[in-house]
Design a protein. Structure first.
Length: 579
């Protein structure tokens, strides 16, 4: 190696060892940015400060100069990387600011001290206008009086209902409110943990979660609401247990646990005078009916769609009673529910499908179908009625077909005479001692008997709807339970529909819409064994609890298995008692 190459190698080594080989040291940097530069007085602006450089300990920016804003929340995140032995870090500091006055406000330069040197950002101007409209999500928010117990606290929660004396099944609005003083920051890095009460003895549906500001005394609060629609399922006094909210405390402060007072609701019975077809629906509803086709052949199927639309407990609506349809077979099909919560009310549609099979041709009319409900606003029972539906039934393929004309007889041909045999005695193949002789008589009799049994069974299925429902109850229940595994539908709703549908078909009476206690009384009157009634009650209570509380998949599958086993045992009971 030449002397020049050795000298160059030594020079490069010395430069690397002394650090001169570094091109440029990464200088610390601090930047600030906002998500908006103009807002109303009741709005909020997010300030993000980013500090980056080669340091192991993350410096904290100084935001004490924010005198024209209230810091109502903050969070911090850090990113660290090591490249060629050098530590590079970046800290992201987020502040949620509430302006304290109108006009042109200034976010002053944000400073940070790194290795004895002060680095700072540029100042940012914010235009704040008067609050002329409510903030997003605050529509229809009433003006609030100071809740009992607030008393200038930094954080506060309360729970109220809009109607403490509802009717059975009438919607009430449960509102949880979280008050946070805008001049009291909380750690936005954690998540607020809202723990709703169990809402025992209620059907529940989560609604909107608006946020707005309100003035209470000399302090301004940001109010966050969680609204829940409740439908009471029991009578008399029901106590809603306290709701809880856990506010994260951050690195050096403990969590803050806030709890509301219990809420008492007194549920009234519905007034007397209910129509004969009333099944417990409360709200405002409209019933519509339509057929998927108005012309059908004998033994073909036509689908009857019954749709109930309106406001109320849509999930609990039961199928309207169908009139007697002579000459038709009826089979239950699917139930579809669509919810559309809006304006603090549960709206939606519930659609029932029935498969209708005509047994004879002709012109038929499906009579008007009615659905009765109690309207708490009008304080009266109302009935929605559909129009009659006309349907034409054509003969099935091959029915009343004309007999084919016989073929022309063939011209007889002259044939040669055969020689006379030695014996003219006829061979008696079908003698009385030959089993084939009797078999030829027995087979037609068996066919006639089978046709008679088939026609009798078919006629009974047509004329006796209850018998047809009992006969197909087990098969339909199994199909419903199997559909849960195939389509991943709600296991609890599937089990509920399968069990109540099976009991309804076997007993030939509606069972949906009844409370567990009322259903147990009906089953006892029907002579069902006490042990089976208790198992039915246990499963229905498990379904009711699980539909409104999270549960593991294993528990859901176990409940589905128990429901299937219970239906099998019920089927054995009904067979023993010829039902």
């Amino acid at each position: 190696m030449s002397l020049k190459k050795i000298s160059a190698t030594l020079l490069i080594t010395i430069l690397l060892l002394t650090g001169w080989g570094k091109t440029t040291l990464a200088q610390p940097a601090i930047t600030a940015q906002v998500d908006r530069t103009s807002l109303s007085l009741d709005g909020q602006v997010q300030l993000t400060v980013i500090v980056s450089g080669e340091f192991s300990a993350l410096p904290t920016p100084n935001v004490t100069g924010l005198e024209e804003f209230a810091i109502i929340g903050n969070s911090t995140s850090q990113q660290t990387s090591i490249i060629n032995g050098q530590i590079s870090a970046k800290g992201i500091f987020t502040f949620l600011l509430q302006p304290l006055r109108e006009g042109t406000l200034t976010i002053p330069p944000i400073t940070v001290a790194i290795d004895g040197q002060i680095y700072q950002t540029e100042a940012i101007e914010i235009q704040v206008s008067a609050s002329n409209s409510p903030p997003p999500g605050s529509e229809n928010v009433p003006s609030l009086a100071a809740p009992n117990g607030l008393d200038q606290q930094n954080l506060f929660v309360e729970a109220v209902v809009d109607n403490p004396t509802p009717y059975l099944g009438q919607q009430i609005l449960y509102t949880f409110r979280f008050y946070q003083a805008i001049d009291f920051p909380i750690n936005l890095g954690g998540r607020l943990d809202y723990q709703a009460p169990a809402f025992t003895d209620f059907w529940s549906q989560t609604l909107a979660q608006p946020q707005y500001t309100t003035q209470v005394g000399e302090r301004t609060y940001t109010v966050t609401e969680v609204r829940t629609a409740l439908f009471p399922a029991g009578l008399n006094e029901i106590v809603i247990k306290p709701a809880r909210l856990v506010v994260p405390g951050g690195l050096f402060n403990p969590d803050v646990v806030l709890e509301t007072d219990p809420v008492v609701v007194n549920v009234r019975s519905l007034p007397p005078g209910a129509p004969a077809d009333f099944n417990g629906a409360v709200g405002q509803f409209e019933l519509r009916a339509e057929l998927d086709k108005n012309t059908v052949q004998v033994d073909d199927t036509v689908t009857l769609h019954l749709q109930i639309e309106g406001a109320g407990n849509i999930d609990a609506l039961t199928e309207p009673d169908l009139p007697e349809l002579a000459g038709w077979r009826l089979f239950e099909s699917d139930v579809f529910t669509r919810l559309d919560p809006r304006d603090d009310q549960v709206y939606g549609t519930r659609q029932f499908e029935r498969l209708l099979v005509p047994a004879q041709p002709g012109e038929f009319t499906i009579p008007a179908i009615s659905f009765s409900y109690y309207d708490p606003q009008a304080e009266a029972y109302q009935t929605s009625t559909t129009e009659p539906l006309a349907v034409t039934v054509l003969p099935g393929e091959g029915e009343f077909a004309e007999l084919a004309e016989p073929a022309d007889p063939a011209v007889a041909e002259l044939r040669e005479l055969k020689p006379v045999p030695a014996s003219l005695r006829t061979t008696q193949f079908f003698s009385l001692t030959n089993p084939v002789y009797w078999l030829c008589w027995l087979i037609p009799l068996l066919i006639v008997g089978m046709i008679y049994v088939f026609q009798t069974q078919r006629q009974r299925l047509i004329s006796d709807t209850g018998y047809a429902r009992r006969l197909q109850a087990k098969r339909l229940a199994d199909q419903t339970l199997n559909s849960s595994a195939e389509t991943n539908r709600d296991v609890y709703a599937t089990a509920h529909r399968a069990l109540l549908g099976y009991l309804s078909d076997k007993l030939n009476r509606p069972t949906t819409g009844l409370t567990t206690a009322a259903l147990a009384e009906v089953l006892d009157q029907e002579g069902i064994e006490r042990g089976l009634i208790e198992r039915i009650s246990v499963i229905l209570r498990q379904i009711e609890i699980s539909r409104f509380a999270p549960s593991e998949e294993a528990a859901a599958q176990s409940l589905l298995h128990d429901t299937r086993h219970l239906i099998n045992d019920l089927e054995k009971f009904f067979k023993r008692h010829r039902r």
